[in-house]
Design a protein around this ligand. Structure first.
Ligand code: ADP
Length: 584
């Protein structure tokens, strides 16, 4: 408290003024005391002169001397003082308080001696007559230039003191009131000065704690008012710059968080300063826990750590490729200068999909080559056999030519299906959507395939649904899908088995099911049957291309529907696909 500006201003100011008032007060009290005494003395001298005038007749007429005592007593009572009339020789002729005859000679009293010598005498001393301190003033009594006695007026010292003290008391109380006013004024001035300072302190504390809306009311135009105004301007501009910084930060954060590439920024020591959500996702960490930690502890990958350290050391861009948490990432680390020390920025591009596409393309080319080489090898063998002379044997030649024709058909079929698949996958196959009755489509497909079912001795049945809504679909393509599923079902069902086709309306879609009592599909193959060139039983020559289900899947998906399979090895399979009723 004592250290506050308020006390620093008020205490010295008050002390200074109080000391000044004290000095002035004591000086004034002394002067007042002196003046009071002076005025009392001259007052008593006047009274004494009046007594001298009044006692003249008594003194000049010898017979009336007895009247002087009465005059002294009467006048003393009137002026409330002790009056003594003394003869030239010193004998007391009249006294207010005592009997003059019992009083001693007064010629040696200092005031009497002075009065006789210089015309007026005064003294303050102990009175042996009435036994108390008294203040005496004496004047000579003259008659026609001749000194005939002395008139003396006296007051008790206590009365003189109280008279003089009243003046000193007035001075002292005036000083005390002035002192109090000074203390009050000092308190007010101190408060006036410190209040805006306190306000500013509070406002500055508010700003420090993040509340930038601080404004101080400016009441004066003095230095404090100017300071308050400057503070308000500073607070406003601080708020503006903070808003700009935070807008910039938000923009940067939005950019970083919406980036699919991972970003990690480190300081010159390789400690993480910032990481975006993509980086969090790739390396499975939480940014809040990663800040301030060494990079290696966050990403747990030496190649990344080396790349960042390398770019910090050499200032050259470092690149690399890493496999992390099932992803294939390209790493680019660059050094940047920030302030005094450099920092590093590591960028992670997810190339997983690109790599799997490349793998798929490689596998696809391999598969196509393999699928084409088999019939081509057969065809080459036939051609060679024919060249070796079989061409001359009409029956054998016809047989070989038929085989050649079958192989060419199979290859044509595969190429057609590949083209179809690539068109649907690339979204280039335009769907001719029209309301389609699936009951009718099932029957058409089944009718086309019943000769084949008969040959395989598999019974083929359609279960019509009575209230089946029409579905918006490309009639020809969906017929192709159903035919494909039924064809597969017949193909993978041994003689005596059964294939059933049905369609049901379920949850705003129509679901078509093709069930068979065939060989089924091994559990581990189920997730792959819709992949191109996938054949569950590779040893078994089904005569298929492995493209049928892939085409079916893409066709159904292009209609906004789904296709799935449930199967148990040895018991049979059910392939189902749904087509939404609404527009897709
Ligand atoms: P494919 O031309 O070989 O029939 P698909 O794409 O139509 O090609 O079928 C892929 C594989 O799925 C088949 O080779 C077969 O192993 C399996 N498959 C398809 N339908 C059935 C079914 N109804 N029963 C058992 N296996 C099937």
């Amino acid at each position: 408290m004592s250290r506050s500006l308020y006390w620093k201003i008020t205490v010295p100011f008050t002390l200074l003024v109080l000391v000044g008032l004290g000095v002035l007060g004591s000086f004034m009290a002394t002067s007042a005391r002196h003046a009071q005494l002076q005025s009392l003395r001259s007052h008593l001298a006047n009274e004494a002169r009046l007594v001298a005038d009044a006692s003249l007749p008594g003194l000049t007429t010898p017979d009336s001397r007895g009247a002087l005592d009465a005059l002294a007593k009467k006048t003393g009572r009137e002026i409330d003082a002790r009056v003594t009339i003394i003869a030239r020789g010193g004998a007391v002729l009249g006294d207010t308080q005592e009997d003059p005859s019992s009083m001693e000679d007064h010629s040696s009293r200092p005031e009497v001696m002075q009065a006789l010598a210089s015309g007026e005498g005064q003294s303050t001393r102990y009175s042996t007559t009435i036994r108390q301190d008294m203040m005496y003033v004496a004047v000579p009594i003259t008659s026609q230039g001749e000194l005939i006695g002395v008139a003396r007026v006296a007051l008790p010292a206590t009365a003189v003191k109280s008279y003089v003290n009243s003046a000193v008391f007035t001075t002292a109380s005036t000083m005390a009131v002035a002192g109090l006013l000074v203390i009050l004024a000092a308190a007010l001035i101190g408060r006036m000065i410190t209040r805006p300072l306190k306000q500013m302190t509070r406002a500055a504390q508010g700003i420090a704690s993040g509340q930038l809306e601080q404004q101080i009311q400016v009441r004066t135009g003095d230095e404090l008012g100017q300071l308050a105004r400057a503070f308000n301007e500073m607070s406003l501009s601080l708020k503006k710059s903070m808003a700009a910084v935070s807008a910039e930060k938000t923009r940067l954060a939005t950019v970083l968080s919406s980036m699919t590439d991972g970003v990690i920024i480190t300081d010159s020591e390789g400690q993480v300063l910032l990481a975006n959500s993509a980086a969090e996702h790739y390396f499975a960490f939480k940014e809040a826990r990663a800040i301030g930690k060494p990079l290696i502890e966050v990403v747990h990958d030496h190649e990344v750590d080396e790349a960042v350290k390398g770019c910090l050391k050499t200032a050259r861009e470092q690149t690399g490729q890493i496999d992390v948490n099932g992803r294939f990432l390209r790493v680019v680390a660059v050094r940047f200068e920030s302030g005094k020390s450099p920092g590093a920025l590591a960028l992670f591009q997810d190339l997983t999909e690109m790599r799997s596409l490349q793998t798929m393309r490689r596998e696809f080319v391999g598969n196509v080559s393999h699928e084409l080489r088999t019939p081509l090898t057969g065809m080459k063998a036939i051609v060679e056999t024919l060249q070796d002379g079989a061409i001359n044997d009409g029956k054998v030649a016809t047989d070989f030519l038929r085989k050649l024709d079958t192989e060419v058909d199979a290859m044509t079929q595969m190429v057609t299906e590949l083209l179809e698949l690539s068109r649907i996958e690339g979204g280039r196959a335009k769907l001719k959507s029209e309301p389609v009755d699936l009951n009718l489509l099932m029957e058409e497909a089944v009718a086309r395939l019943s000769p084949q079912a008969e040959r395989a001795q598999v019974s083929l049945a359609v279960e019509r649904s009575s209230e089946l809504p029409l579905v918006p679909a490309d009639r020809e393509r969906i017929r192709q899908v159903i035919a494909n599923l039924v064809h597969n079902a017949i193909k993978f069902t041994p003689a005596g088995g059964k294939v059933t086709v049905e369609a049901r309306s379920e949850n705003s879609a129509v679901v078509t099911r093709v069930s068979d009592t065939g060989i089924g599909i091994p559990r581990e193959d189920l997730p792959h049957v819709f992949e191109r060139f996938y054949k569950a039983d590779k040893s078994r020559s089904s005569g298929g291309t492995g493209l049928g289900l892939a085409i079916a899947k893409h066709t159904v998906q292009a209609h906004g529907g789904n296709i799935w399979v449930e199967s148990e090895e040895g018991k049979g399979s059910t392939f189902s696909f749904s087509l939404p009723l609404g527009p897709h």
